[in-house]
Design a protein around this ligand. Structure first.
Ligand SMILES: [Zn+2]
Length: 296
C-alpha cells in the first residue's frame, strides 16, 4: 500500500511538472469515428431513417463528450423543406460552437447523411461522407485545445444527398447565419491512390490561393481547380454543402478528392479506405483551417 502511494505521488509530481503539451490531432480517434459512422449499424445514414438517427446520436454524443457548446442554444437544427422535385424532406443538422477571440464566424461543415439501403445492399458511405464527419470531430478535438481567432461553428449537415437540403436550410436561417463570413466544407476526403486532395473555390476567391499555397502538406499534394465554368460537369462549385454559402455571397473553400471507383457504390466502406491518406488529408485540412483563420 505504501509503495502504491509513493508511486501515485510520483505520478502526480510527473503530471504537474510535465510541460504544457502542444495541441495534436487525434488520428486514432479519427479512424474510430469513420469506422463507426460507416458501419452497417448506421444502415447507410439516409435522411429520415433510423440509421441516420443513430449516426446523428453518435455525432451528438461526441460533441457532448468534447464539451463543445450548442450553437444559438441548441445542438440540433430541425428543418423541413421541399426538394426541387417537390418531395418533402425532414432532417436534422447537428451544430456546435467554439468561441474565438472575435465573434465573426467560420462555419466548418461536413454532411453525415448518405444513400441508405438499395436493393438490400447497405451503402455505408465511408468516404462519402463519414470521412468528412470524422474530420469535423477531429477538428473539434483540436480546437478545444487551442482557441481560434474566429468563432468556429461546426455543422454536421443532414440531407446533402439529393439537394444539399440541410445546408440550404441553414443558410436560409438569418439567425444561424448571423456573423457568418466563411465556410470550409469537407466532403469525400479519404479515398485517393495518388496522394492528391483538392482545395476548390480559389477561382471565385483568388485572394485565398496564396494562403492555401503556403499550407504545409507533407507528402500530400494539395491541388486547385474543379471550380471554373470551363470545368463543365467537373465544376464542383455547387456540388456539395459549400454551394448554398457561395450562392449567399459567403466565401468558401471546399476540400475533396477526385471521383473514384467506389463513389456512390456499396463498396465505399471502411475496409476500402486508405487510412494513412485519410490521416494526412485531415492534417492538411487542419493546417489550411489554421492558415485561413489567421489570414482572413
Ligand atoms: Zn458527399
Amino acid at each position: 500500500m505504501k509503495r502504491l502511494l509513493t508511486l501515485s505521488a510520483l505520478l502526480l509530481l510527473f503530471i504537474s511538472c510535465a510541460p504544457e503539451q502542444s495541441p495534436v490531432l487525434d488520428t486514432d480517434q479519427l479512424i474510430e469515428d469513420i469506422r463507426i459512422l460507416s458501419s452497417d449499424e448506421m444502415e447507410g445514414r439516409k435522411v429520415g431513417t433510423e440509421g441516420n438517427a443513430k449516426a446523428r446520436e453518435y455525432i451528438l454524443g461526441r460533441f457532448k463528450e468534447m464539451e463543445i457548446q450548442p450553437y444559438k442554444g441548441s445542438y440540433t437544427h430541425d428543418f423541413s423543406r421541399e426538394r426541387r422535385n417537390g418531395t418533402k424532406v425532414n432532417g436534422v443538422n447537428v451544430l456546435g460552437v467554439i468561441p474565438g477571440k472575435t465573434d465573426s464566424v467560420i462555419v466548418i461543415s461536413a454532411h453525415y447523411d448518405h444513400l441508405g439501403i438499395r436493393d438490400s445492399l447497405i451503402y455505408n458511405g465511408a468516404d462519402d461522407n463519414a470521412s468528412g464527419s470524422g474530420g469535423l470531430l477531429a477538428m473539434i478535438g483540436y480546437f478545444k485545445q487551442v482557441q481560434p481567432k474566429h468563432t468556429l461553428v461546426f455543422a454536421a449537415f443532414d440531407a446533402e444527398e439529393g439537394g444539399l437540403v440541410g445546408a440550404n436550410a441553414f443558410v436560409a436561417d438569418s439567425v444561424l447565419m448571423d456573423k457568418v463570413i466563411f465556410n470550409i466544407n469537407m466532403d469525400m476526403i479519404s479515398q485517393n491512390d495518388k496522394n492528391e486532395l483538392y482545395a476548390v473555390g480559389t477561382y471565385h476567391y483568388p485572394e485565398l490561393k496564396p494562403i492555401l499555397e503556403k499550407v504545409e502538406t507533407g507528402e500530400l499534394k494539395l491541388l486547385f481547380g474543379h471550380d471554373t465554368p470551363e470545368d463543365g460537369h467537373q465544376d464542383w462549385t455547387f456540388s456539395s454543402d459549400h454551394g448554398p454559402f457561395h450562392r449567399a455571397g459567403i466565401r468558401f473553400v471546399y476540400f475533396g478528392v477526385e471521383d473514384h471507383e467506389h463513389y456512390h457504390k456499396a463498396t465505399d466502406e471502411f475496409e476500402t479506405i486508405p487510412q494513412e491518406f485519410y490521416k494526412r488529408s485531415v492534417q492538411v485540412i487542419l493546417n489550411a483551417v489554421l492558415a485561413l483563420d489567421k489570414a482572413i
